[in-house]
Design a binder for this molecule. Structure first.
Ligand SMILES: NC(=O)c1ccc[n+]([C@@H]2O[C@H](COP(=O)([O-])OP(=O)(O)OC[C@H]3O[C@@H](n4cnc5c(N)ncnc54)[C@H](O)[C@@H]3O)[C@@H](O)[C@H]2O)c1
Length: 430
């Protein structure tokens, strides 16, 4: 596994748990040295136990030495980052190509080279060209095997995937990979074999569709607020239709994370290159970018536009629960804006302090929910961690009148009213 991040580490550990010998490689020496000591670089439930177990069983190793690790391996997964190019819209593939160049020098026998990273259509062709410059065609096969795991549920998602997609243009690699994934297929995962380009597009189309679902319900929530309807009722009523499905229909803040924002941009950029206008996805991007502004406007209204010196306490700052990932979290837009307007921000997150807010003098991390909420004028529930679902506000707030803006609809407006808490939520009666 080349790249020991959320995808590479989880996939590597899970493959080793299935009985394979795995070397997880990363160029980040601190990460690898820590992993060798059993220190896990990310927060992912259940991961530490699985790492320790498989290291002990001698099936899982960590290394900085890409060349030697590749020489010892039959199947190579590329799991490096494919962020959005600085300031641009398309995917930055420099990490992928740099790995491909390294691989080109290390093919001592036939190997299957797989992109597990999310890469635009035709990236596999480019990787093949790079490998071809130094190797004959029978030395390797380039395959696309996109990963669909969700942070926070990554081990479960890897172990019980709905489908395994293999995009390969030759039958030999298809046969080997079907056998690699056979324990998951035996447990019910559907195995989908396509052309390499189709597999590359399946990943982007899937993410763009899920992002569209979230954005759709967020816009319906806006309408619900205007006509005093509960958006949760709408989501249940729609979701029970099996053609629609209930998942990803929860209204809330703008979608964030390391995938949806960058992947929606990258797929429209690829389509533009092929002279195709993906107007639906372009609208989704625009609507989502607007969403944080919309929720901020709501915050200003709630505070009667008196933001200066108001203490605002954020519960959760990651883009979703059960992960420490801050990439493109909507808190990264909202907190700096509120800080600029003179608000005094405190935040608590179960995954701890975030360096993203260091540069803002009036933004403080608090180690407990208690400390975070003390003296609050406004509490914002930003992330749907279980830790925030059953808070005893009466006790925590010591009967001080506080406003609660629940961006995840974790609480019942009626119950909040009974507790004398001024309560706002998303897509529910104002
Ligand atoms: N995070 C997710 O939930 C998720 C889900 C599905 C797919 N993906 C895709 O998987 C890919 C990886 O995502 P991630 O979140 O795991 O990224 P990440 O940033 O957490 O990890 C990438 C790792 O690659 C390492 N790396 C970069 N260049 C390297 C090189 N030349 N040699 C060795 N290591 C190198 C980095 O040091 C880093 O540790 C991306 O394309 C992403 O879109 C991510």
């Amino acid at each position: 596994m080349i790249g020991t991040g959320y995808v590479g580490l989880v996939s590597g550990v899970c493959f080793s748990d299935l009985g394979n010998d795995v070397i997880c490689v990363d160029k980040d020496t601190t990460k690898i040295n820590n992993l060798k000591k059993g220190i896990i670089p990310i927060y992912e439930p259940g991961l530490q136990e699985l790492v320790l177990k498989n290291v002990k069983n001698k099936r899982l190793m960590f290394s900085n030495d890409l060349k030697n690790s590749v020489k010892k391996s039959d199947i190579i997964f590329i799991c490096v980052g494919t962020p959005t190019k600085n300031g641009g819209k398309s995917a930055d593939l420099s990490q992928i190509y740099s790995v491909a160049k390294e691989l080109a020098k290390s093919l001592n026998k036939f190997k299957i080279i797989i992109t597990k990273s999310t890469v635009p259509v035709t990236t596999g062709d480019e990787v093949e060209k790079i490998l071809n410059q130094k190797n004959s065609k029978n030395k390797f096969s380039v395959v696309s095997n996109p990963e669909f795991l969700r942070e926070g549920e990554a081990i479960r998602d890897f172990t019980f995937p709905d489908r395994v997609v293999i995009g390969s243009n030759d039958l030999k690699s298809n046969k080997i990979l079907k056998s690699l994934y056979s324990p998951l297929i035996a447990k019910g995962a559907k195995y989908v074999h396509t052309s390499r380009k189709a597999a590359e597009l399946i990943k982007y189309a899937s993410n763009a569709f899920l992002a569209t679902k979230i954005t759709f319900i967020n816009e319906i929530a806006n309408l619900c607020e205007q006509i005093n309807i509960n958006v949760d009722d709408i989501a249940i009523g729609m979701g029970l239709d099996q053609r629609i499905g209930s998942r990803f229909l929860r209204a809330g803040p703008a979608f964030g994370g390391s995938c949806f924002p960058k992947d929606t941009k990258a797929i429209t950029s690829t389509a533009d290159k092929f002279k195709t206008n993906l107007s639906v996805i372009k609208s989704v991007i625009k609507s989502n970018e607007n969403r944080s502004k919309l929720l901020l406007k709501r915050v200003y209204e709630i505070l009667n536009n008196k933001i200066k010196n108001k203490q605002i306490s954020f519960l959760g700052v990651t883009f979703k629960a059960n992960t420490d990932d801050m990439r493109d979290s909507s808190s990264l837009t909202m907190i700096p804006q509120l800080s600029k307007k003179g608000a005094l921000i405190r935040y608590f997150d179960p995954t701890g302090f975030k360096k993203d807010f260091i540069k803002y003098k009036n933004v403080q991390y608090k180690e407990t929910i208690d400390e975070c909420l003390a003296k609050a004028d406004l509490i914002i529930i930003h992330t749907e961690w279980n830790d925030f679902k059953s808070l005893n506000f009466k006790k925590l707030l010591k009967n001080k009148r506080v406003i609660l803006y629940d961006m995840r609809n974790l609480y019942s407006p009626m119950k909040m009213k009974k507790q004398n808490i001024k309560y706002f939520s998303v897509g529910r009666s104002l």
